[in-house]
Design a binder for this molecule. Structure first.
Ligand SMILES: [Zn+2]
Length: 333
């Protein structure tokens, strides 16, 4: 019995020692395994975080690329739109005055108002819609719009012009030139010449000098003289004629802040051989009339007697017919 008890005691002691040893030797290994697992997990998480960062960066980059693509596409779209709406001037054949007998129609407009006012017995008013129709019809027919300054350079042999050219002029300085016609000039990138009457600028129904400057600064609108006041200059003295036109010309130069070529239009087209001579001597080499139905030819381009075509009431088709046949558009003087 005693032996049995001793054996059991020895066995228990051995078992206890074994457990102690097991704990002593195996626990650190388990902890190391856990620590390794934790370390691996941290590594994995870091890798995932890196991937997430890369993915986020890639998404941001993709967004930027897409935005840029959209911007490029918008720019292309706008460029195509502009290309469709304007004539590729660079591609047109160009002729010097000595080379080709070019007809140079000069269109004359006055006021613009939408809707068209009633009782316009002098047919002075056009509308924005009609003006746009005129411009787009002429552009589609292959016309290039020029300024009277370019006409002067052409006459002097300094520049060439395409076969089909046309100039837009507007007389008196009506407010509608600024509010209705100017946006169309900008839309189609077409130049025009406005003849201002100095005493009318800024009065009811007429644009201001600030508005004139705004149009001039667009690079599309040239400002020239239509007299200090809207009087019959064929009956005044040489001194009064020259002084009035010089004063308006100086005022225009002061407003735009740079030298302007001397180009003038007679109120109601009233002129004499004397007025032409006197103004030419004063530097106004380009003088336009309101003589209707005349298409200026390059081989007989008398710059002191440029005829014009009344365009206010005409459709684009009617203008094309008038320009082709060298006669008036419906209206009579
Ligand atoms: Zn006038």
């Amino acid at each position: 019995m005693r032996k049995i008890l001793v054996s059991i005691l020895v066995l228990l002691t051995a078992l206890t020692m074994f457990m102690i040893l097991k704990v002593a030797f195996y626990q650190p290994q388990q902890e190391m395994a856990i620590a390794n697992k934790a370390g691996n997990a941290i590594k994995t998480q870091t890798t995932i975080t890196n991937y997430v960062n890369i993915a986020t960066n890639q998404n941001t980059a993709k967004k930027v690329v897409n935005q840029t693509k959209n911007q490029i596409s918008n720019t292309n779209h706008l460029e195509n739109k502009v290309a469709k709406e304007t004539v590729p001037v660079d591609n047109l054949p160009v002729y010097k005055i000595s080379e080709k007998n070019i007809s140079i129609p000069i269109l004359i407009y006055h006021a613009f108002q939408t809707p068209q006012p009633k009782g316009d017995s002098s047919n002075l008013f056009s509308t924005q819609e009609r003006f746009e129709e005129n411009i787009s019809t002429l552009l589609n027919d292959g016309y290039t719009f020029i300024t009277l300054e370019e006409l002067y350079q052409y006459k002097k042999g300094e520049i060439g012009l395409p076969q089909k050219v046309v100039a837009i002029t507007m007389d008196d300085g009506w407010l509608g030139n600024f509010t209705e016609a100017f946006p169309i000039l900008q839309k189609y990138h077409v130049p025009a010449t406005i003849f201002v009457v100095q005493d009318l600028v800024g009065t009811p129904g007429y644009f201001s000098w600030e508005q004139a400057k705004q149009m001039y600064d667009s690079g599309l609108v040239k400002l020239h003289c239509h007299g200090k006041s809207h009087i019959d200059y064929s009956t005044v003295s040489k001194a009064k004629l020259v002084a009035d036109y010089n004063e308006t010309h100086s005022k225009i130069e002061e407003v735009v802040g740079e030298p302007v070529q001397k180009i003038m239009a007679y109120p109601s087209g009233k002129c004499t051989e004397n007025t032409k001579k006197w103004l030419k001597e004063a530097g106004f080499e380009v003088q336009v009339l309101t003589k209707y139905g005349t298409v200026n030819k390059s081989n007989q381009l008398d710059l002191t007697a440029l005829g014009r075509i009344r365009a206010e009431q005409a459709t684009g088709k009617e203008l094309l017919r008038s320009m082709k046949n060298h006669n008036t558009v419906r209206l009579q003087e």
